[in-house]
Design a protein around this ligand. Structure first.
Ligand SMILES: [Mn+2]
Length: 507
């Protein structure tokens, strides 16, 4: 139990604020999350999320931050959303910057887009609003995002989704709206030829929008959230210790919590042998004392005296290690999701250029699924046949010629991180015959296997129907559908590595 004052002391001193101010939302109304979303499973998921949040808070003696109230970050998001929609209704888009993460909508994209909008609005007097590409009804597919939002006192209803817009996304640019991209670096097709003014990303540079005034692409970096924090750090520091940014108002501590949540999930809790880079450590060290997760002791070194975590991972505070476990548990609990939901929850599309006279490109989908194939097949009513029927339906629905499934999971016995890759090619779209689909699968197979240690592909031969053991999964096809499945020995290679290998195949 500690005494606190229900208002911010950030302007006076960050240390005083950290030790004396109540947590961000305690002055707000204790409103439960709105359940206006039509998603069927959302309430159940929210109960789970609440459960995780409570566990975490109980373990760390944190009050607030996760109690369902709303904080200043939520207020900002709600008022920006209302103002932007109001302006668009009146035909005015000029002066607005729409900030977007990538279409897979993971926590990094969510946190980075919200943070870029809040920081550039508060510190640089820009009119920015984050736009989430995940439709509202699919928010329940990523319960870890809902957990991080809850810890940041942001109810999902304050977020802006494309279906909320009064005009099609392709018309935004013609109304004068400009764009900022985080966690990807090329404006997605639904936004036409819009003007991109800023890019902050950790994916390979596609060399688009070269005239953007901010173009911060750093590969590798564990989390794009670290780069967003780094980009605004000078102004953010000033707003903490001295006169605040151009529009005034210190940055809400919930925002630091949201960013740090993304860094933790992307770097497996800042473990040195996973994806964390020096930028991730620096940003996490900067954010932690500013967040709702710090108890006050962490920043007791006075203004600007931020403690830092050692690159060995040894100095990571236990509250962050606990949060990482909660986020990971929430993320990997996909037991309630159907096969098509598993394919959809972390999904991106690509074009594979060909030299065929019949079609210039093939449409490729890549789904990352946090579940091993063995367990997944056990979940299915009839193993491979029902799983692949669901995949057929998904491919038809998305008009895909090729679908790749990238599984990521921990082994049952030793808890080792493992990956598998399944590739499915179907005819019936632009590929006209089953023979042609087979030929394409073989060419893709050769290309992927030739990448050697980059992926470390090995024939996968668990749980195959009788007669197919030892020959790999090529026999899982049927008329018009061809399948191959591998165990991917290099478990560090993600979709970031698989996608460029696939789309550069010479067809
Ligand atoms: Mn990312």
């Amino acid at each position: 139990m500690r005494l606190c004052v229900p208002f911010s002391l950030q302007r006076l001193s960050s240390a005083a604020h950290q030790s004396l101010s109540c947590k961000a939302n305690s002055q707000g109304l204790r409103r439960p999350f709105s359940s206006t979303s039509s998603t069927k499973g959302l309430e159940g998921i929210m109960a789970e999320v609440q459960n995780h949040a409570e566990k975490l808070n109980a373990a760390n003696g944190i009050n607030g931050g996760g109690d369902g109230g709303e904080g200043r970050l939520a207020d900002f998001l709600r008022s920006q959303k209302e103002a932007f929609l109001g302006d668009l209704q009146d035909g005015r888009g000029k002066g607005w910057t729409v900030v977007m993460g990538n279409e897979a909508g993971d926590l990094d994209s969510l946190a980075s887009s919200i943070a870029f909008a809040q920081l550039s609005s508060s510190l640089l007097a820009s009119r920015s609003v984050p736009l989430l590409l995940t439709p509202q009804k699919h928010m329940s597919l990523r319960p870890e995002n809902l957990l991080a939002l809850r810890l940041s006192s942001v109810p999902p209803s304050v977020l802006l989704h494309p279906e909320n817009l009064p005009i099609p996304t392709t018309d935004l640019a013609s109304r004068g709206v400009r764009f900022a991209l985080v966690d990807h670096n090329r404006l997605l097709p639904p936004f036409g030829a819009g003007e991109v003014e800023a890019i902050i990303d950790h994916h390979d540079d596609e060399h688009a929008h070269l005239d953007a005034s901010i173009r911060e692409i750093q590969v590798p970096t564990g989390s794009c959230a670290s780069l967003v924090a780094k980009n605004f750090k000078p102004e953010w520091e000033k707003s903490v210790s001295g006169p605040s940014g151009k529009t005034g108002g210190p940055i809400p501590p919930e925002l630091a919590t949201l960013l740090i949540s993304s860094i933790l999930i992307d770097t497996t809790g800042l473990k040195p042998d996973r994806k964390a880079t020096p930028t991730d450590y620096e940003s996490a060290s900067f954010l932690f004392p500013l967040s709702t997760l710090a108890s006050g002791n962490e920043s007791a070194q006075g203004d600007g005296g931020f403690n830092s975590f050692s690159a060995s991972g040894s100095a990571v505070p236990s509250v962050l290690t606990d949060l990482t476990i909660q986020l990971q548990e929430t993320k990997s609990d996909v037991s309630t999701l159907s096969t098509s939901e598993l394919l959809l929850r972390d999904y991106k599309e690509y074009a594979l250029p060909t030299s065929s006279p019949d079609y210039p490109t093939l449409k490729v989908g890549l789904s990352t699924v946090p579940l091993g194939l063995k367990k997944w097949l056990e979940k299915e009513p009839s193993s491979w046949s029902s799983l692949l029927e669901e995949v057929d339906g998904y491919m038809l629905d998305k008009t895909l010629d090729i679908e790749g499934i990238l599984t990521t999971y921990s082994s049952e016995k030793k808890g080792k991180h493992r990956r598998e890759l399944a590739l499915i090619v179907r005819s019936g779209g632009v590929i006209r015959s089953s023979e042609e689909a087979q030929k394409i699968l073989l060419t893709l197979t050769q290309g992927l296997e030739a990448s050697g240690e980059a992926l470390g592909l090995e024939v996968w031969d668990k749980v195959l129907p009788a007669g197919l053991e030892g020959q790999g999964a090529l026999g899982l096809g049927k008329e018009g559908r061809w399948v191959n499945v591998w165990r991917q020995r290099n478990a560090k290679a993600t979709r970031k590595q698989v996608a460029p290998l696939l789309v550069s195949t010479k067809l």
